[in-house]
Every structure is written in C-alpha cells, then in structure tokens.
Design a protein around this ligand. Structure first.
Ligand code: GLN
Length: 499
C-alpha cells in the first residue's frame, strides 16, 4: 500500500499545514507592509523621500536575514524551532508597532513612538529571517527527492502566499488606511493576531503532519547540533545589529548597500574557491548569478507597489467606486488577486506550449516577465502624460499596471526559483538560494531609493536627478522604469541562447 500512496496525485496533509501557516504569516507581512509608508508619512510625519528609503532599508534587511536564519537552521536549530522563533519574533514586532502607532507623531515630540517603530521593525526583520527560508524549504522535504509532485506543491504553496497577502492587505487597508492616522494601529494589531494564529496552527499540527512519505519527522533539530542555547543567547545581539544597521542607513549614511556587496563577495569566494566543482557546475553557478542580476531590475520596479505607487494612488488617482472612496493602500491587493487567478492559467499555458514543443526556455520566460513589467509602466505613462495640476487620473491605469506586473511575476518568480533549484550543485544549494534572496535584498533597497525620487508637486526642494536625467513629472518618473525594464528584457532575451 505504501508505494501506491506515495505515487498518488494528491498531496500530503503536511502541505496544507504549511500552506495555512504561511498564509497567516504573509497576511501579517504584506498586510503591515501595505500601510507602512502611509503610516510613516501620515502618522509619523516623515517626508515621502525619507519614508521611501526607510521602507527600502527595511524590506532589504527582510531579505538579508534569511541568510542567517537558513544557516542557523541547517547547523543548529532545524526548521521547526526556527519557524517557532521567527513566528514569535514577528508577532512581537507587530504588537510593538501597535504601541508605536497608538501614540503617533513627529520624532521631535514623539521620540518614544519612533524608537518603538525601529524596535518593531527590528523584530520583524529578525523573525522573518528565521521563518521564511525554513517554511519554504520544508515544503520540498515532505516529498522524496524525485517526486514529480514537488513543482505542483510549490505552486499550491505560492497560492497560499498570495491568498494570505490578499486577505491581509484587504483587512489592514480597511482597518488602518481610513484617513484618520490613529487607525493605523488596528492594522498592526490585526497583523499581530494573524501571526500568532499562523504560529499556533504550525505548533498544533507539526508532529502529526510534517513527515516524509516514509514517516520520518522533518525539520527537527539536526543530530550534530550543539549550541541551541548559544544561538538563543545570540538573538539580542542580532537584534541590536539589525536595529543599528536600520538606524544608520536611514538616519546617517547608506550602510545596507555596502553590506550587500560584502555578502555577495563572500558568497562568490566561498563557491569559486571550491576545487571540487566540475566545469558544468561552474557554468550552472554562473547562470544563476547572471539571472539573479536581471531579477534585481524586476523587483526594484515591481516593489514600487507599497511605496511610490501607493503615494500615487493616495494623491493623484480618482479612487471612487460606486460612490465609495477606496483606501489608497488596497490597490496593491490586485497583485495577489491576479496571481491567484492567473497562476492556473499560466500553468495551463506552459503545459499546452510544452505539448507543441514550443515552451520558451526559462531565461526567455524571465525576459517576457521583464517586458510585461515595462508594459505596465508604459500604460501608466499614458495615464499621466501631460497631467494638469489638480487633475486626478482614472484608476484604470493602475489596475492595468498591476495586471501586467502580476502576469510578469508569474513568468519570472516561480520560474527563477526552480531554475536556481535545478542548476545549483547540491553542495551549494542553500548558498545559491541565498544569492536569489540577496538579489531581492538589493532590489528592495533600490526600490526604496527609486521611490524617494517620486516627484512631489508640493515640495520646494529641487527636482530629483537620476544619472543626469531630471525627474520633473510623474511621466518622467514612470518612464525610468519603462526604459530600465525594457533594456533588461532585451539584453536577457539576446543572451538567453548562451544561458
Ligand atoms: N511574493 C512572494 C513571497 O512573498 C515572492 C516575493 C519575492 O521573491 N520578492 O514569497
């Protein structure tokens, strides 16, 4: 009976446990992120450029700490302990933000709430580092190495991510983005509760459902592990380091960009100094690095969603639908919606093309993703072309942008992940996954910087300049992304044969 069951097309119950856990965690992560910049500008009274860079620094560190969390899980803690720790830390972060948002105001008069803001984000950064890489890798561990259901399992899991994001974003926009700055705290409270719920579901079901087809428990503390307590004692140090970096980067000088560069150099040295790699291995690694480089351009433009695109929805767009004014932050939700609705369609499309022998190779799919991203911004450019002061743009343009961006995401993100999985030499599988995360970290940092160039008609400061190009209008601003994304798409397409 056993082998028959393993070969079946249905999935182990453990997948649905991980699905539910990740759904609540993403509710919490994306729900909070959706209202973050509005909270920073409207309640904490930061200017838009500062809030943008702050957002970029925060999300960048969010993608940097999985390197630490993955490493600690592999050596000392195992997935389960890491997920529990990460979940608790993130819930703590959300509740801290709730307190920060309960007594909001500018830093000069509300110093304490600004300190709590940093502390809350520090908890989130550290917690995510323990949570995210471990929950993702557990999905694969439920199956044997050659199990054909693995790809489908990750697709189902990606749906969980976006379903959580959709529900979370909806609730936090309605609760927090009401026009009254005092309401943001309810959004953070909801996210804290969601995080506790996700962690509790995981704790409840882990022993029963998280095992291999042979019944071996997965994600337990590794046999060789020592230092469980040692790592635990390290947590306050790690937290202090993250807080220090976030503070230095936002208030003093760019700290995160050089840090990412250092991490990259360290990884390159670790991989290429290994003499046991074959020529084919090295080629695979090179392809991962090249593809990751292009991915930076994708996410840097894509992650404008909770930043400049939310400023745009808030100030420059007509948000009335059937006589009701929608909150600005709710529009990002369209991304999760289109991903959930579009994923099955895209899967069918690739299969149909595959049957005719004309399924594009992975780098070409990723180039198409970048081209769709450029197309989304092109539509936006049409919407804001020659925009007169005081005139608001129809929401159609933003809806169309999110449609193209989401289909682009489906061409690039899952495809890239599985490409990394396939090309990485087994020995460096986790480290090369870290390269993918690092590309995300760099992209998010860049996204914050780009959003800080958002032209503010009310500002008296000189217009922002990017590589000699002065950004004086929304049209100029969105054009930057059209140009960068289509250039990246074109180059990736041209070199795809070699890749
Ligand atoms: N939306 C996906 C997630 O949260 C992927 C995000 C990314 O890779 N930048 O997991």
């Amino acid at each position: 009976e056993q082998p028959l069951q393993a070969e079946s097309t249905s999935h182990p119950r453990g997948l649905y446990l991980l699905f539910a856990t990740e759904m609540w965690e993403r509710f919490s992560y994306y729900g909070m992120r959706a209202v973050l910049v509005l909270f920073l500008t409207k309640a904490m009274m930061m200017d838009k450029a500062f809030a943008s860079k702050f957002y970029g620094g925060y999300t960048s560190l969010i993608y940097l700490t999985p390197l630490i969390g993955g490493f600690i899980a592999d050596r000392y803690w195992g997935n389960r302990r890491s997920i529990l720790t990460g979940g608790v830390l993130m819930a703590l972060g959300q509740f801290t933000l709730f307190f920060a948002a309960s007594n909001y105001g500018p830093a000069a008069t509300h110093g304490l709430s600004h300190q709590l803001l940093y502390l809350g984000l520090g908890f989130m950064i550290l917690g995510n580092g323990f949570f995210k890489p471990n929950i993702s890798s557990m999905v694969g561990s439920l199956y044997s190495a050659t199990d054909k259901r693995k790809d489908a399992a990750y697709t189902i899991f990606y749906m969980g991510i976006n379903l959580g994001s959709f529900i979370g974003n909806t609730i936090t926009s309605l609760l927090g983005d009401t026009g009254h700055p005092g309401d943001f705290r309810w959004a953070f409270l909801a996210c804290g509760i969601a995080m506790l719920l996700g962690t509790s579901i995981f704790q409840w079901g882990k022993t029963k459902y998280l095992h291999t087809p042979e019944g071996v428990q997965v994600g337990e503390t590794p046999a060789i592990s020592g230092g469980i307590k040692g790592v635990f004692a390290l947590l306050p140090v790690l937290l202090a380091v993250m807080l220090g970096i976030l503070w230095l980067d936002s208030a003093k000088f760019p700290t995160i960009a050089p840090l990412l560069g250092l991490a990259l150099v360290a990884i390159i040295i670790m991989i290429f100094s290994d003499k046991s790699l074959s020529g084919a291995d090295v080629q695979g690694v090179l392809v991962i690095f090249i593809v990751s480089f292009f991915v930076v351009f994708f996410w840097a433009a894509f992650e404008q969603a909770p930043a400049s695109l939310t400023f745009f929805a808030d100030e420059q767009m007509d948000r009335t639908l059937f006589g009701y004014e929608l909150p600005a932050s709710i529009f990002q939700n369209l991304n999760a919606f289109f991903v959930v609705a579009g994923a099955p369609v895209m899967a069918l499309l690739w299969t149909a093309l595959g049957k005719r022998g004309s399924e594009p190779p992975s780098p070409v799919k990723m180039a198409i993703g970048l081209a769709l991203l450029a197309l989304g911004y092109l539509v936006m450019c049409l919407g804001v072309h020659n925009l007169q002061p005081g005139v608001k743009v129809s929401m159609f343009f933003l809806v169309a942008l999110y449609f193209f961006h989401s289909i682009g995401e489906l061409c690039l993100s899952p495809i890239g992940l599985s490409l990394v999985n396939k090309l990485a030499p087994v020995k460096f599988a986790s480290l090369l996954m870290a390269v993918w995360f690092l590309a995300n970290a760099a992209a998010n940092y860049l996204a914050g910087y780009m959003s800080s160039l958002y032209p503010d008609p009310k500002s008296t400061a000189p217009a922002p300049v990017l590589l000699g190009f002065t950004i004086t209008s929304l049209y100029d601003f969105f054009l930057v992304f059209v140009v960068s994304a289509s250039a990246a798409a074109l180059i990736l397409f041209v070199i795809s044969r070699q890749l």
